[in-house]
Design a protein around this ligand. Structure first.
Ligand code: ZN
Length: 296
């Protein structure tokens, strides 16, 4: 059993199993990683469906072809999973993950492994996020305040994952809510898997049909072409680095720095490979704790 890292990360053990990378088999951790969809794909049914809906590509579930793997819920977005591989050594590949419960999302629970491959999106000590429920409550106060003043509010978050958390949370408020049309496809898949999000009207439809009732909430991806008079709030782990919005909230679908370090301690690996993000910074911090940490 070898780990190859020349073009993506591949486990070579008889067959080549690509980790969000091409191989004889390709494990796709979640539907943000659509570019590696190939013939023999291993992913959850939710990820397969999201890939099909969003990109029109076929994501096939072939977990049964390789008996010594197990997919664990990574808590990042619907269907996201980590991969646990049992060869002569055990290996855990996290993909993108979040170690905190958020509304309908359950947190990633790691397993002990000899080798760990971990993401490091927020792998720097200055990225520490408050509890997601506290962030959402603070956002709700801001939203209510603006609506009371008669202002429309636009809540901006990534269209797969973040937007659905915002829809689910703000749906309970007694103000009209509209969404950007690009969220419909994703909402359909969430609803199919039990997270009911198919009752929203798009902003475009509401305007065309004369249903717009200001002040309203509009949920949309950060990049959109809507021309709406509204106060804008941005939701992201990068909130502190972003300017130009009326408000920004550190709501992330990833583990923060402390969550990453905590996860490594729980897995307690002989070697940890750090990928995707602040990999050098996180590897350095992990080495201070005595881990054999290598940035990829
Ligand atoms: Zn992701």
């Amino acid at each position: 059993m070898r780990i190859l890292v020349d073009r993506g990360i591949v486990i070579e053990d008889g067959v080549r199993l690509g980790l969000d990378s091409p191989g004889d088999y390709t494990f796709i951790s979640h539907a943000h990683c659509d570019h590696v969809v190939g013939e023999k794909v291993i992913c959850t049914p939710e990820t397969a469906e999201l890939i099909r809906e969003r990109y029109g590509k076929e994501g096939r579930v072939r977990e049964e072809d390789i008996p010594n793997i197990k997919l664990l819920d990574a808590g990042h977005i619907l269907g996201s999973s980590a991969l646990f591989y049992e060869g002569e050594k055990t290996l855990l590949y996290t993909g993108d993950f979040c170690d905190r419960d958020r509304l309908f999302m359950r947190r990633f629970v790691p397993r002990k492994a000899d080798i760990l491959v971990i993401e490091s999106t927020f792998g720097r000590p200055d990225y520490i996020f408050p509890d997601p429920m506290d962030v959402l409550k603070e956002a709700r106060d801001w939203v209510e305040d603006e609506l009371r003043k008669g202002n429309n509010v636009m809540l901006l978050g990534y269209s797969l994952g973040k937007a659905q958390i915002l829809e689910y949370f703000f749906e309970r408020m007694s103000y009209p809510i509209y969404i950007h049309g690009s969220l419909l496809k994703v909402n359909k898949v969430y609803s199919k898997f039990g997270i009911e999000l198919d009752g929203f009207m798009t902003y475009g439809e509401a305007r065309r049909e004369g249903f717009l009732r200001p002040p309203f909430i509009l949920i949309a991806p950060p990049k959109n072409n809507l021309k709406v008079e509204a106060k804008r709030a941005f939701f992201s782990g990068w909130a502190k680095d972003i300017s130009g919005y009326d408000a920004s909230f550190p709501l992330s679908d990833h583990a923060d720095f402390e969550g990453l370090v905590r996860t490594v301690r729980k897995v307690d690996p002989e070697v940890v490979y750090v990928t995707h993000g602040f990999k050098r910074e996180l590897a350095l911090e992990l080495r201070k704790e005595g881990f054999n940490a290598i940035p990829l």
